[in-house]
Design a protein around this ligand. Structure first.
Ligand SMILES: *Cc1c(COP(=O)(O)O)cnc(C)c1O
Length: 408
């Protein structure tokens, strides 16, 4: 039996999945317990290099760290990317603990607390204001601290992007200031003592369609060129969002990065250069950077047959990797790619259903998948676990211990 394409991305060694340059069973022995998340440094670097060689040199790459806030990952990427985007005070602290300079950190997200705003102003990072009220709070914090805050206006665009797994722009949104309100807001706050460096438009997440991403970027450049006339200084910060998706289920086709990059080259060499010559365009990515470099590894605790269905019961589950289980009852649940990590090549196959150790039928990690025969103590590997895994899962549900996380 040939290993499937996700196994191929990691490679195999001695008939096992290779993670961090070693067999997954050796890695499990080193970690000392299952379940765990492992993030492969070489795959992370490969992804960064692919992006760097495809995108125009003038584009700054930012890591949206809510996708994976593990400090080792954030530090690793801080040394390889241009910027980090944070969405909470704790994330801000993690970013500031890396080697990246404060002026390369930006803070987006609705409902920032007064303490977070003061922390951000004091650190001198870029604050992406999501509303008029938030803008005033940032200015008040600047007054209080005797500092001129660095601000970008997050804009809720007057267009929506089709095909995003999650739409975060267009129509009514809790994110950003509606595009048509932005000139008035800029006028009202014009003399209030902030450095308004530019704009941020984030239209949506988990998009696999290069043409719609390209269209969103074109429309963003158009929109921001118009808004630029309302700034007293030239636009220096032009955050075009990102939303690059990764394939999770069989029907997903990987994103055509070349097509996205080609469009960005045209934008950078054309309208951005002509209309906003001082702007550094930023692409901010979470999932696309880290999602595919990570695996969730969990050990088979029990194998049982119930009326013709073979269940592998593992020591992990939805409390660590919620997304693979279908997010508390998603309308149509599909299997994430999965393998028997210590037995990737095998002559025969079994059809099994993999469930976690939680006492709920929702704790389903893979249904009716064909895998090499697996039994107690084998290692089940769930792919695409590098983004929105551990920190996006209900770890307190049933009170089992937290899994380990390693960057290898
Ligand atoms: C969550 C978020 C991202 C990252 O989205 P991905 O789909 O993981 O790339 C980027 N920008 C903003 C503003 C976000 O809130």
């Amino acid at each position: 039996m040939m290993p499937h394409e996700h196994v191929a991305g990691f490679g195999t060694v001695d008939g096992e999945l290779r993670v961090g340059g070693m067999t997954v069973s050796r890695l499990a022995a080193r970690v000392g317990s299952t379940p765990f998340f492992a993030y492969d440094r070489a795959l992370l670097d490969k992804r960064v290099n692919e992006l760097r060689s495809a995108l125009p040199a003038r584009v700054e790459l930012s890591f949206a760290m809510k996708a994976n806030p593990m400090p080792a990952i954030v530090q690793h990427l801080a040394g390889r990317l241009d910027r980090i985007d944070v969405a909470s005070g704790l994330e801000l602290q993690t970013a500031l603990d890396t080697t990246i300079s404060a002026d390369k950190v930006s803070f987006a997200g609705p409902g920032k607390s007064p303490a977070e705003i003061r922390q951000a102003v004091a650190a001198g990072i870029l604050i992406e204001v999501e509303s008029r009220t938030e803008f005033s709070r940032v200015l008040a914090a600047g007054d209080e601290l005797g500092l001129a805050p660095n601000v970008a206006v997050r804009v809720n665009p007057d267009f929506a992007v089709k095909g995003s797994g999650m739409r975060m722009g267009g129509g009514p949104q809790q994110f950003g200031i509606d595009a048509e309100e932005v000139p008035g807001v800029l006028r009202d706050f014009a003399t209030a003592g902030a450095n308004v460096l530019g704009f941020h438009v984030f239209a949506g997440s988990q998009n696999l369609n290069a043409a719609t991403i390209a269209e969103a970027q074109q429309r963003t450049v158009d929109l921001v060129s118009g808004l630029a006339e309302h700034l007293p200084t030239p636009v220096r910060y032009l955050n075009l969002g990102g939303g690059f998706g990764i394939p999770y289920v069989e029907k997903d086709q990987p994103l055509d990065l070349g097509a996205v990059a080609q469009n960005l080259h045209q934008l950078v060499d054309g309208p951005i250069r002509q209309r906003m010559p001082e702007a550094r365009p930023v692409i901010e990515l979470g999932r696309y950077l880290v999602g595919e470099c990570g695996v969730y590894v969990t050990r088979v605790r029990d194998r049982k047959v119930s009326r013709g269905t073979t269940f592998l019961v593992v020591d992990g589950g939805m409390h660590h990797q919620l997304a693979a289980s279908g997010n508390f009852g998603q309308a149509i649940r599909r299997n994430y790619p999965v393998a028997v990590g210590n037995r990737v090549e095998h002559a025969s196959a079994d059809t099994v259903t993999i469930v976690g150790c939680l006492c709920t039928p929702l704790d389903l990690l893979a249904k009716d998948v064909e895998l090499p025969p697996a039994d107690v103590d084998d290692l089940i590997v769930i792919f695409q676990a590098g983004a929105y895994g551990l920190t996006a899962s209900p770890t307190a549900f049933l009170g089992h211990p937290a899994p380990a996380e390693v960057l290898v």
